[in-house]
Design a protein around this ligand. Structure first.
Ligand code: C5P
Length: 205
């Protein structure tokens, strides 16, 4: 039962890599960002406040798998709200069991604290990043695909704000696990990133 933990910065390509590795090794895949996004959506739908730990924890407690495929979760505003709701320790605690139960059966998980908090015993830990400019360009193209009208500069500013909040929060900040393999995807194609990760995983799995 193999577990591959992928962490990294916003729009670094970790989701694409996670899906690619899951398909390659025949493992289930969980994008844990969706749990925080679904929590944020619940808070907003209920007219609550994402900066409230109480509102966030109430929303996070009963998140169901079928909510995670709602396309609205991919939007920029929900992502920004997810980053705010995810700072609350009570929210993170409420989402802990969902992630651990998933990992117990083996799989690929991607997020911010998988190698450090959720699966510290993962077979392979990868930490994925890319330059802010390249990530902004990738995310901008994705948002345009969803019909959102934003400039690359706006996306870059939001991305830097998001990175700062994710990596400076007190609970489970974004950081590489001590035993993580680092992959900088700047200038790499999707297949180059996947092949580099497979080479790392094949040495262990
Ligand atoms: O990866 P994604 O952009 O979907 O994540 C949305 C937000 O959820 C992140 O900015 C981060 O604040 C939070 N998150 C987290 N821990 C995870 C996954 C996501 O705090 N494991």
């Amino acid at each position: 039962m193999s577990v591959i933990a992928i962490d990294g910065t916003f729009a670094s390509g970790k989701g694409t890599l996670g899906k690619g590795l899951a398909a390659h090794y025949g493992l289930p895949y969980l994008d844990t960002g969706k749990l925080y996004r679904a929590t944020a959506k619940r808070v907003l739908d209920a007219g609550g406040d994402v900066t409230s730990s109480v509102d966030g924890a109430r929303a996070a407690k009963s998140i169901k798998t079928d909510e995670l495929s709602d396309p609205i979760l991919k939007s920029g505003p929900i992502g920004a709200a997810a980053s705010k709701v995810s700072v609350h320790p009570a929210v993170r605690a409420a989402l802990f069991d969902f992630q651990r139960d998933f990992a117990a059966k083996g799989g690929v998980l991607d997020g911010r604290d998988i190698g450090t908090v959720i699966c510290p015993d993962a077979d392979v830990k990868l930490y994925v990043t890319a330059s802010p400019e390249e990530r902004a360009k990738r995310r901008h193209a994705e948002l345009r695909g969803y019909g959102e009208q934003v400039s690359v500069e706006e996306v870059l500013a939001q991305l830097i704000e998001r990175d700062t909040r994710d990596s400076t929060r007190a609970t489970a900040p974004l950081k590489p696990a001590a035993d993580a393999h680092m992959i900088d995807t700047t200038g790499m194609s999707i297949s180059e990133v996947l092949n580099a990760a497979i080479a790392i995983c094949d040495a262990v799995l």
